[in-house]
Design a protein around this ligand. Structure first.
Ligand code: PLP
Length: 386
């Protein structure tokens, strides 16, 4: 028996596990302190009413012999894929139902999609980066090259013709920086990928936070993307599904064998998302569902507005928070030290930029996903100590 030796090349623990551990140690030592968590990007608003109603109805159907259902289609029920296709259609993106694959979330898709790509491929990742892109490729032993995001390029790096790669991960709106590519930026990536025969893995998990009408929600709003891009999306942040679990992936037929290979992969390794959850997901895309999700997103953005106001007053540079739930803050030095300071002096938990890659050092991520009152209190505490 041989273990996968590539695991030895992973960092000892997943970033958010380290943040959680450090917080747990502090809480144990100081049980009297009220910690405000603005680290991990988990939501706090409850599920929309339309979604809950759909779930209750679906659960009742399963309790009745006449409407009971067992295994569903590997690619997801048609009613949900149709709802997703209509959601994209409203933005002028035409999708075939056989191009949509329902999943239990974007994290498993981000890692799972690598099954259809050779381990000899070179992967291009933007730095700072969502750590899952790095770790899933390290586990496979794939070669990784980085493209650098910084203040000069607004944390939106563009392709470098000298860099050779086969797979490219892009995340927009970005986790952790909150930066969003405009159509021209994405077009540059699409042209580059088509030219060199690379595939873009486009993570649109935060698309619902885009409020600027000129910014693209999907890479398929860009001409030529259907021959070079796979898109992943999640209902976690859109609709509060972090615990409920549902997402989807789009693999255009024009992308050659990828679509058929993913169906083959899913029918082997995946037995579908539960019927109840798929009915709940369908309700997210209803008029009432979209309206309720928009209310929740507005709630989170009120938080990021409070955060933005605080850091502006403190004269600290930051970006994000407008088309994204994240504020990306310049902390002026060692971001783990800044983490420790915030935890011990303000009892506020954030995420050190260094955990998102070398280019993240000197920055700090705070999320707007908390309760409004907690956000206000956290900002008051931070303003006192900085
Ligand atoms: N992609 C990005 C960029 C994320 O930030 C996250 C979660 O924070 C995910 C994917 C995972 O989403 P899901 O909950 O659907 O697995």
């Amino acid at each position: 028996m041989k273990l996968n030796a590539h695991y030895d090349n992973l960092k000892e623990s997943y970033l958010f596990a380290t943040v959680a551990n450090k917080t747990a140690v502090y809480t144990k030592e100081h049980p009297d302190k009220k910690i405000i968590r603005m680290g991990i990007g988990d939501v706090t608003r409850p599920l929309p009413y339309a979604v809950v109603e759909a779930g209750v109805k679906a659960a009742r159907e399963l309790g009745d012999a006449a409407t009971f259902r067992g295994y569903g289609p590997y690619e997801g029920y048609e009613f949900l894929r149709q709802a997703i296709a209509d959601y994209y259609g409203a933005r002028g993106v035409k999708l075939g139902l056989d191009e949509i694959f329902v999943s239990e979330g974007a994290k498993s898709d981000v890692g799972g999609i690598l099954d259809i790509f050779d381990k000899d491929n070179t992967v291009l990742l933007p730095d700072p980066v969502y750590p899952v892109y790095v770790d899933s490729n390290v586990m496979d032993g794939r070669k990784i090259v980085f493209t650098h995001g910084d203040r000069e390029n607004g944390f939106l790096p563009l392709p470098d013709e000298k860099v050779e790669c086969d797979l490219i991960y892009l995340c927009s709106p970005n986790n952790p920086t909150g930066a969003v590519y405009d159509k021209a930026g994405l077009k540059t990536w699409v042209n580059y990928a088509n030219k060199i025969g690379a595939v873009i893995l486009f993570d649109a998990a935060y698309e619902f936070f885009i409020s600027d009408p000129d910014l693209p929600h999907s890479i398929y709003e860009i001409e030529g993307a259907d021959t070079c891009a796979i898109e992943m999306c999640s209902l976690s942040k859109t609709a509060g599904f972090t615990g409920t679990r549902c997402g989807y992936m789009i693999i255009p037929k024009k992308l050659g064998k990828c679509n058929a290979m993913w169906l083959r992969r899913q029918s082997t390794k995946f037995n579908g998302v539960s019927y109840v959850v798929q009915r709940m997901a369908e309700a997210v895309f209803s008029a009432q569902g979209v309206a309720e999700c928009a209310e929740n997103v507005a709630y989170y953005k009120r938080n990021t507005a409070v955060m933005a106001e605080t850091f502006s007053k403190l004269g600290m540079w930051f970006t994000g928070g407008v088309n994204s739930p994240y504020i990306w803050l310049s902390c002026g030095g060692d971001s783990w030290k800044f983490f420790d300071k915030l935890l011990s002096e303000a009892n506020v938990v954030g995420t050190p930029g260094a955990g998102f890659g070398a280019c993240g050092e000197g920055y700090f991520r705070l999320t707007g996903f908390g309760k409004y009152e907690d956000t206000v209190e956290a900002m008051a505490r931070i303003a006192k100590i900085l």
